[in-house]
Design a protein. Structure first.
Ligand SMILES: [Zn+2]
Length: 67
């Protein structure tokens, strides 16, 4: 049993056409449908959460800590 090699792979997003390199044990290039460039969590939704006060619930859920 061998440990997969951790290597640089090129990721291409089919949604926005973004290309970036990342470290992965995956062999070969990766194609994704959403990336950090076009995923809603990184764009409009993030601002909506900040404005509505739900960001505190969001933080609590993912970090387990209250403000
Ligand atoms: Zn994208």
């Amino acid at each position: 049993m061998t440990t997969p090699a951790y290597q640089q792979v090129n990721v291409s997003c089919s949604n926005c056409g973004n290309n970036f390199d990342t470290g992965s044990t995956h062999n070969g290039d990766i194609r994704v449908e959403v990336c950090s460039n076009c995923h809603p969590a990184y764009t409009g939704e993030q601002r909506t959460l900040t404005n509505s006060g739900q960001v505190d619930k969001f933080r609590e859920r993912y970090t387990g800590s209250k403000p």
